[in-house]
Design a binder for this molecule. Sequence first.
Ligand SMILES: Cc1cc2nc3c(=O)[nH]c(=O)nc-3n(C[C@H](O)[C@H](O)[C@H](O)COP(=O)(O)OP(=O)(O)OC[C@H]3O[C@@H](n4cnc5c(N)ncnc54)[C@H](O)[C@@H]3O)c2cc1C
Length: 468
Amino acid sequence: MVSGDRWMGENGCVTQVTIIGGGPGGYEAALVAARLGAAVTVIERDGVGGSTVLTDCVPSKTLIATSDLMTEVSRAAELGVQVPDSVRPDLAAVNRRVLDLAQAQSNDIAERLTASNVSIISGTARLASASTVEVTTAEGRSTITSDAVLIATGAHPRVSDDALPDGERILTWEQIYTLDDVPEHMIVVGSGVTGAEFASAYNGLGAKVTLVSSRDRVLPGEDSDAAEVIENVFTRRGMNVLGNSRMQSVRREGESVIVTLTDGRTVEGSHCLLALGSIPNTHDLGLEDVGVTLNDAGFIEVDRVSRTSVSGIYAAGDCTGVLMLASVAAHQGRIAMAHLLGDEVSPLNLGTVSSNVFTSPEIATVGISQKDVDEASQPVDVAMLPLAANARAKMQGVHDGFVKLFSRHGVGTVIGGVVVGPRASELIHVVSVAVACRINVDQIANAFTVYPSMSGSVAEAARRLHPH
Ligand SMILES: Cc1cc2nc3c(=O)[nH]c(=O)nc-3n(C[C@H](O)[C@H](O)[C@H](O)COP(=O)(O)OP(=O)(O)OC[C@H]3O[C@@H](n4cnc5c(N)ncnc54)[C@H](O)[C@@H]3O)c2cc1C
């Protein structure tokens, strides 16, 4: 544990904090700072909740909820229920729900901030000095002086000059919620987490999907056993997965889009979704002028308590590129304010972060990865159980997925895990608690699980890792 010095304002009592960006990095920090007694102002350009709530995480997971329902319906016959072939989503209604839900979530967060006495300014901010923020609003320009500034400006989708979105058929993930009909043939370029999630979602919604992957397999950053399951499921459900295929350009031709690959092949579809990664929103913020260090990719360099190279300026979330997750952004923001305001703070520990890929089935991971295990100098015990052997999975017609646990050889401390299956994002929590609290496999094995339940497989994997 480390503890930051209490940062006193010029008047000697209330610390003034200005936060640029109202996503989870910004709004979670604002709530903590207000609770610790600071006077907090959040400046947000596009809407409280940030990209997380308005364009990225919340909308995509809402769309995926509908897609998951469609996938369930498509399996109904196996469970003895005949459904007509004509079950189709009304995409206009789905997208209306997506956008309404996102806006409602944004409003809820704004209300919570206001109730916590956080001032919200709708405008664009930049640093004029280490302690002065210049704000441009519809009414004009003003400046705010504060004791500390938190930069939480997020990131935006990467596009290329050879694949420029037109907002109609060539789309970034921010633009897809305007579609009224399920695309006839969606080409998803990029097979990282975002690309795989949308490919899975549109496949579930009934679109023909081609996934263009520059690597030899989908989800190159994930557990290879998990990625193999997902690729097999994708292919079985009729998705065209093009491995080792690098996109060179995307162009519109009337009602079609043509994706040209670097080896000269072309793929024609009705729509193309670009999932090429993100660029940090660190341009035009005055960061370099005040001495904040950025790395070569433009991300703000921070330490484990979110301090930048300039005293009194903190940064959190996607603009730091530490780990581009809403949960990590929120945590970095909370840590920053706890450190600033002298509360007890544990530095960010990426080894305990749990994350999820919302494909169908989902992939959830926490702690050490299989790659770490393969390269580790110390022996690690691994137990992997297919879900297909689990009684509950059989009853529910679940055939794909597994539970994998990693424990320290000889002592049995749980150091990581992977769950692939429906609602893996929920099942991973017990492994997450085990990793964070350094729990032993025997402690997991000896805790009762409900019979029948998927969590029984987590307990069984732990049992198999009992240290001899
Ligand atoms: C499609 C997609 C799905 C995702 N799904 C998940 C998921 O399921 N789970 C998960 O944990 N993560 C998910 N993520 C990642 C997650 O969305 C990001 O990690 C998260 O948005 C980062 O939060 P943030 O606060 O750093 O930035 P943001 O949420 O991007 O918020 C930053 C805000 O700052 C504002 N801003 C920028 N510059 C200025 C300025 N100069 N003045 C004023 N305001 C400014 C922006 O308008 C924006 O509203 C997903 C990402 C994508 C792209």
